[in-house]
Design a protein around this ligand. Structure first.
Ligand SMILES: *Cc1c(COP(=O)(O)O)cnc(C)c1O
Length: 389
């Protein structure tokens, strides 16, 4: 498994983002971590090797990324996977038939699909609750509950969950708290410091930040949990290729800089949209009118560039999505370029409509992932796409 180096803990967040987990190459002094394109490693004798045997288990390029993100999350061990869903699927292999999981009702659509269409048929049972209300979470816990899974802020309704309250509940019931930190990133929210056991990411999004790879990554603090996850990583093998790991590692170097700009643009765009549409139709945790704004200020150090607009009808949403020019209509988020989508039919297409109705996700909603272009250009684009709405 990939444990962090203690010396990687030196410096502030931006310094760690650039240097943690990386050393100049011992052969040439190359400043950038080489791309180790190898499936195996030569051994000197039986059981005598440099700590590397076969690349499903360990690859030095992947390890640099694992250490880097583990340090940024304030954890001790990192585990990289070939996608966010591959990461979650491997995490779920910690559990066995008969185990019960409490899951936030408003999770990423793919998370719900994995649980409802695959893992449920393998003997795990799930209860979905509104995790913004700790009492409901507590009520859903049973003696068979082994994990509590949350995502905050949620996708696409931008609801927040109090991670400290979740950690208290999970500990009381001896369940693991597993947090999807994809939206906030470790620069704005560190779940392990608030009591989470496992924090995970779709590195496809902000961690890589350039929309040019797919990946997932989990970070933990506890050695026992790390041993179990390393066993699963090697045994199940949902690992990324070294080039994708390298791209994500390059991405984290600018994570603090990018997130600052996503946040600046997000705030400017939210302010513009409140003036244009009214506060009740703009869902952004940075707005004082957001129901979880106080929690957002306490739990996150900034709000980022994700928001959702309620345009009132599917026709309005279609008209908006067809007119945008700087924003592009596409799945995904967290890249330097601005994207927009229709969560009802796209990210949450596989979620049954009764479930979407119950959580308040409507056909008139569009989600924005505000990129790091000039804010004026983004605002001008939104202004022209909203004409007639
Ligand atoms: C995209 C995403 C995932 C899934 O990750 P992939 O890399 O697409 O497999 C999980 N959670 C959230 C919040 C996401 O945005």
């Amino acid at each position: 498994m990939t444990r962090i180096f203690d010396e990687d803990l030196a410096g502030g967040f931006a310094t760690r983002a650039i240097h943690a987990g990386q050393r100049p190459d011992p052969v040439s002094g190359a400043i950038m971590t080489p791309l180790y394109l190898t499936s195996t490693y030569v051994q000197e004798s039986i059981g005598v090797n440099k700590g590397y045997e076969y690349a499903r288990g360990k690859n030095p390029t992947r390890q640099a990324l694992e250490r880097n993100v583990a340090v940024l999350e304030g954890g001790t061990h990192g585990f990289a996977f070939g996608s966010g869903m591959g990461c979650l699927d491997s995490i779920m292999k910690l559990f066995r038939a008969g185990d019960h999981i409490v899951c936030a009702e408003n999770v990423y659509g793919g998370t719900f699909r994995l649980f409802d269409r695959i893992l449920r048929h393998m003997g795990l049972s799930f209860t979905y609750v509104d995790t913004s209300d700790p009492q409901r979470v507590d009520d859903a816990m049973t003696p068979a509950t082994r994990a509590l899974l949350v995502e905050t802020p949620t996708n696409p309704l931008m609801r927040l969950t109090d991670l400290r309250a979740m950690s208290d509940i999970a500990k009381r019931h001896q369940a693991l708290l597993i947090v999807d930190n994809t939206f906030a990133t470790p620069i704005y929210q560190r779940p392990l410091e608030l009591g989470a056991d496992i924090v995970w990411h779709s590195t496809t999004k902000y961690i890589n930040g350039h929309s040019d790879m797919i990946g997932g990554l989990a970070v933990v603090l506890e050695d026992d949990l790390a041993d179990r996850l390393q066993f699963i990583l090697n045994a199940a093998g949902a690992v990324p290729g070294p080039f994708d790991a390298w791209l994500a590692l390059r991405g984290t170097k600018t994570l603090p800089l990018r997130m600052k700009q996503h946040d600046i643009n997000g705030r400017a765009i939210a302010d513009f949209l409140v003036g244009r549409l009214g506060a009740e139709r703009v869902i952004y945790p940075g707005l004082a009118t957001h129901p979880h704004h106080e929690l957002a200020k306490a739990q996150m150090s900034a709000f980022g560039g994700m928001m959702t607009l309620d345009l009132g009808s599917k026709d309005n949403a279609r008209s908006f999505l067809e007119k945008v020019r700087v924003f592009s209509l596409a799945e995904s988020l967290g890249g330097v370029e601005s994207l927009t989508n229709h969560p009802y039919t796209m990210t949450h297409g596989s979620v049954p409509s009764e479930v979407k109705d119950a959580m308040g996700l409507t056909e008139g909603m569009v989600r924005l992932s505000c990129g790091i272009e000039d804010a004026e250009d983004l605002i001008e684009d939104l202004e022209q796409a909203l004409v007639g709405i």
